[in-house]
Design a protein around this ligand. Sequence first.
Ligand code: 13P
Ligand code: SF4
Length: 301
Amino acid sequence: MQKIIEQIQKLKKERKAIILAHNYQLPEVQDVADYRGDSLELSRIAAKAEAQVIVFCGVHFMAETASILSPEKQVIMPDKNAGCPMANMITASDLRELKNRHPKSVVVAYVNTSAEVKAEVDICCTSTNAAAVVSSFKDAEEIIFVPDKYLADFVSKKTGRRLITWDGYCPTHVKILPEDIIRSIRQHPRAKVIVHPECTPEVIALADEALSTGKTCEYVKKSEAKEFVIGTEVGLVYRLEQDNPGKKFYPASELAVCPNMKRTNLEKVLWSLEEMKDEVRVPDEIGKKAKKAIEAMLSIA
Ligand code: 13P
Ligand code: SF4
């Protein structure tokens, strides 16, 4: 493995590239990355980066977002088949039909959507800023929020706004069951329980906090607690352990694995730098419209 890491570092310099890795990536991929983060943090980093080449270790919509924000940069994915099943649960034509039924509504899309869907919406959001985005539309008669019905439910409870939703969900987060949380609390009575807002409402109701992966990192760092039950994709536990020596982390369910996040490995990172592949690009027209929606989100604190 050491040889591969050295090769990656060498090629990265030659190509003037940076490596971004989502918090769910394999430990060895997180270790080789220049930056780790959640969806919002990575899109901000991608937008500001001076490097001309971005190796994106995550899933397709994340690399696509980076490319939309910086079309002049070369965004490459070590495995372009790493998609997000939730993002595939709604198409642009599905959304157009929904908009036709609610012509006066403001349209919010979770970043876990395709560029074509983003091109149809007023604003994007991530799980970090979803409530702030929805709250920013004080005078909106109706708000469409797609595609995650569970994130929509969470945001609706937080903001008191009724949302028109879609039947999307994350197949990984629904694997975390209320009984997993109940058992974890019994086994670790002193632990704080943090789950992701993509979890079901029943799971969220049992937790102390529902936070994005980036906000979970912040919360854990500041917290006086020494033990945490983590109800999200298991990859986040590696980052939390690294950043917080002395604190203990227990995954709520070992089954919460996103197979797409695990498609990227070091061999593929090296291959992508050698071949400068697979490039992610969005057609200009779609990209321009999607960019407006992403930038609208980025302008909200
Ligand atoms: P975060 O923005 O919290 O990292 O979430 C991304 C994601 O895909 C969660 O499943
Ligand atoms: Fe998509 Fe869920 Fe995987 Fe996140 S964890 S990338 S929402 S399938």
